[in-house]
Design a protein. Sequence first.
Length: 134
Amino acid sequence: ELQDKDKIDMLEKALNDKEICSDSLSQLVLAQRIQQIDSRNRIANDWLVDHYYKRESFADTIKVADQLISEGHDIEKYRMLRGDSLRRINEHESAIEDFLAVIVHNPSNGQAYFFLARSYAALITIRPSMFLKR
């Protein structure tokens, strides 16, 4: 029987080989299987975070991005995908934290500023008292 590392290597190769695995459903199954064997596998999680975001499965996007970021893969892409997913489910305060983190590391990311502004605008609409002088 194959050891977990050998299984993962075989599944990763299939996931990356478009001749073997050309459709998104097969790729999803492979990525999820890799994640079952090793929940911290970056190749599978990177594929899954993109897949879930493109399909607007925001709770799944947040879950996978949380895992990637908590494991030290705190890169702009994951912050942006998580932040926008949080914004889309009206978790604007958490989204703002992600967009600010992106801007700190990359002040030229226009999309982060745009989403940051949209989150602040939504917060003003939802909770105007947060922004009124006392």
